[in-house]
Design a binder for this molecule. Structure first.
Ligand code: HEM
Length: 248
């Protein structure tokens, strides 16, 4: 599944722009589903996105049809479009601010990056999409190509796992892990706390120190990938936790 979606992005099928009754939309987290809704009737909330709407309320810029061949022409840093869930986004002037890195985003310039987007982003990232939207992919062939494919199964599975809460961070688990890290570190120091530590004590200290450092690295890693504290309001705590553990 991963090899199809990530290693061969050009082979990843392009989906039909979603409707409110599509199975994808039904299971996706609210923020993602909201970002997928067509712009009709939601102009006032679009917060500057698709600016042409204000001057032309009947032909929304967000709904401008764009053909797959047109999309594929915009595949370089200064002129980069990507397609996510059937909508096209212009990232030409934004890619160097992408938190996941400019190079990674530009890998998918001119292509469909729906599965990659779903794979790497927490739900709130979908809000960022809105201001970049320039139109929707016009082709029906994208929807047809997903039928029966591994990508369609993958999307359904991922949506179901989201709706079951399987991607929610388990704070209790990390609190216990952090306590374990601290306990191992204290144990490592304690084992050497005498005038002439024996070989056994030194080995024990080294093992505990290694365990605490390794586990701290995992906590730092998971924190930086939003696996521990996900909400926007958690940013300062997330930064402190990541700094502490990754620093250690
Ligand atoms: C227009 C398309 C895209 C937008 C608007 C976007 C937006 C974002 C945002 C807002 C974040 C930060 C999320 C957070 O708060 O943690 C992010 C992180 C990231 N993005 Fe994207 N992204 C796009 C496309 C892609 C693509 C195509 C890929 C890769 C194939 C990608 C890979 C990543 C990765 C690896 C991260 C870091 C995730 C982490 O720290 O766990 N993004 N992106």
């Amino acid at each position: 599944l991963l090899s199809e979606a990530c290693l061969f992005p050009q082979a990843a099928p392009q989906p039909k722009p979603p409707t409110s009754s599509s199975p994808m939309t039904r299971h996706l987290p609210d923020a993602v589903a909201r970002a997928q809704q067509p712009a009709h009737g939601a102009h006032a909330k679009d917060d500057g996105a698709c600016g042409m709407e204000r001057t032309s309320p009947t032909t929304s810029k967000c709904e401008t049809p764009i053909s797959p061949s047109e999309l594929s022409k915009h595949a370089k840093p200064g002129d980069a479009w990507v397609c996510v869930h059937g909508y096209v986004y212009d990232v030409s002037r934004w890619h160097d601010r992408h938190p996941g890195g400019s190079a990674l985003l530009l890998e998918y310039a001119g292509m469909d990056a729906t599965d990659q987007f779903e794979l790497f982003h927490p739900p709130h990232a979908a809000a960022r999409l809105r201001s970049l939207r320039i139109g929707r992919l016009e082709s029906e062939e994208c929807a047809l190509s997903t039928k029966g494919s591994a990508a369609a199964d993958y999307r359904a599975l991922r949506s179901a796992l989201w709706s079951e809460g399987k991607f929610e961070p388990e704070l209790r688990f990390y609190v216990l892990k952090q306590l374990l890290v601290i306990a191992c570190f204290v144990g490592a120091v304690g084992a050497l706390w005498c005038d002439e530590p024996s070989l056994g004590r030194r080995v024990c200290s080294a093992a505990l120190l290694a365990l605490s450092l390794q586990q701290a690295a995992f906590i730092g890693h998971d924190t930086l990938h939003n696996g521990v504290l996900r909400r926007r309001g958690h940013r300062p705590a997330r930064a402190a936790l990541a700094q502490f553990n990754a620093g250690v």
